[in-house]
Structure formats: structure tokens, C-alpha cells
Design a protein around this ligand. Structure first.
Ligand SMILES: [Zn+2]
Length: 151
């Protein structure tokens, strides 16, 4: 499985584009997911979204319960009003670390690689990683959260 090249730069149009829903989980999609996993491991990351490897599918990988989990067509259905601020980095923004405030808990709906629809309630680190990756699928980067932290 090849390691893919990670796209960088906060103003890069590839990282700013919205992604497209995946209609069918083809062999090509499965290969993409395998390569994205490999790339995440090689970069020592906690997750990776398709735009970061120059793709337009609504797919991300996120470390959930310490396991790299592929999420196809993820949607965040619920966010807790309880928030938490933590420092985040991003493989596409090397050397930038930002305090980001996010809901502490979420419910995410997605499809697994078998096509089965799943819903997970996540909290803490798991919830944060998934929110970070779903942001990527909307063209949103951690630098966009900066203003929320200004008093
Ligand atoms: Zn990122």
C-alpha cells in the first residue's frame, strides 16, 4: 500500500473545497481507504481526510478507541453544549498548533466499508478527532477556529 502525499497550506484550494457524498463503496474506494490508513500511520497522525490526499470523496480516517477507523459520508448529528479547549495540530498545517474549542461529546453517523450505517456517541479525544476530520470534509481548517478563542 503506497503512502500518499499530504497536501498542505491553509489557503490551498484543495483543502478548502467541499467533498462529495460517496454513492457506492467500490474497490477503488477501499484501496483509497487502505492508502489513507497507511499514510496516517506513516505520518504518525490521529486522522486524515480525503482532501488532504487530493481527493474529493466524503471520507475520513479517525482514531476512535485507539483504532484507525474509516468513516464514509460522516455526518455529525448532535453536539453537546458542553465544550472543551485543547491544542490541535494538523498534518496539512505543519508547525501550527492552535487552541481549539469544540463540543466535548458528539453523535456521528457514517457508513463503514461494508456499507453498513453506523452511529457512534463519542467523547473526549475521539470526539475531537472526528470533528477535526469532518471539518476537513467541509473545507474547514483549525486556523478557522482561532476567532472562537479570542475573548
Ligand atoms: Zn487536519
Amino acid at each position: 500500500m503506497p503512502v500518499l502525499k499530504i497536501v498542505t497550506g491553509k489557503d490551498n484550494p484543495i483543502l478548502r473545497a467541499k467533498t462529495q457524498q460517496v454513492k457506492k463503496i467500490t474497490k477503488e474506494i477501499k484501496v483509497l481507504v487502505d492508502n489513507m490508513k497507511e499514510t496516517t500511520v506513516a505520518a504518525n497522525g490521529a486522522g486524515l481526510a480525503a482532501p488532504q490526499v487530493n481527493r474529493t470523496e466524503r471520507i475520513c480516517i479517525a482514531l476512535i478507541a485507539k483504532k484507525l477507523t474509516p468513516l464514509v459520508n460522516p455526518e455529525i448529528l448532535w453536539r453537546s453544549s458542553d465544550k472543551e479547549t485543547m491544542e490541535e495540530g494538523c498534518l496539512s498545517l505543519p508547525e501550527i498548533w492552535i487552541q481549539v474549542t469544540r463540543p466535548r461529546e458528539i453523535v456521528v453517523r457514517y457508513r463503514s466499508l461494508t456499507g453498513r450505517e453506523r452511529e457512534l456517541k463519542l467523547s473526549g479525544f475521539d470526539a475531537r478527532v472526528v470533528q477535526h476530520e469532518v471539518d476537513h470534509l467541509e473545507g474547514v481548517l483549525i486556523v478557522d477556529h482561532r476567532s472562537e478563542n479570542v475573548m
